[in-house]
Design a protein around this ligand. Sequence first.
Ligand code: GRG
Length: 295
Amino acid sequence: MNFKEILDARTEEVFHAVEKYLPPVEGHQATVLSAMDYSVRAGGKRLRPMLMEETYRLFGGEGKEIEPFMAAIEMIHTSSLIHDDLPCMDNDTLRRGLPTVWVKFGYDMAVLAGDGLLMYSMETAAKALSMTDRPDLIARCMGILAEKTGIYGMIGGQTADVELSGKPVSREQLDFIYRLKTGALVEASMVIGAILGRADEKEINLVEKMASAIGLAFQIQDDILDVTSNEGVLGKPVLSDEKNHKTTYVTLEGMNKAKQDVERISEEAVSCLHELSGKNQFLEDLIRMLVNREK
Ligand code: GRG
């Protein structure tokens, strides 16, 4: 199998692990449950739960306790996509190749589906407590999940991003936005994988540094693809940043430098990986894939 085939197979496997934790679509709140289900099942690369599981494996983790956290991080990520697409944010109509949640279920249900997934993620992560002999580690990971999602993480980054739309943005402000709105969930994914894999504190710090580099490279590549790709391949509209008057890495630094920097930052992440004692070739290939990905 070539890397693309291995990656597709892993995406499928990761989705099956996540799918087990989706709530049933029933009861008086069936509409919002249906919107939550629709958005998670819509597809996507499943990069965050994949990075989490690969980091867990890097440190020798073999248990099931990682799975509720894999499901939780994908739920949080999906909730952010639902809200990001809303008319009050990016006002986008296509996501993961399908109509966005607000287009299909209405603005009200989309807000609630995002909120519903966000809270259900914590309920899901808590299920790991009954799967471990180290509840202290689960509690620590739940704290990290909340912190990296909240106002000191993704939501904080999105706040600055929304507020600065249409305004001049400095490189320092852009770095802040990218580190929080995109990097924080990648950091949560890999740090949780490391903690549950029983990494020591030095290793956890190195994993956080590696994840931060991956998050930054990933967001810059997202900016590049917004200009160079097409809707059919991406499954979401292109030129969305221009439409929303957003300063991006590409508008600030130019396309050539953006491409060079994705490559350089990805290699920095690979260097961090090499400093760790375990070996995971798939993880290394996955990090490098970020530079060449088309969607
Ligand atoms: C849920 C309360 C609540 C708030 C959300 C809208 C928001 C706050 C945050 C937006 C964060 C965001 C969308 C950052 C961009 C990150 C990014 C590059 C997303 C695309 O991720 P991919 O390419 O998507 O991994 P797939 O579809 O493959 O999963």
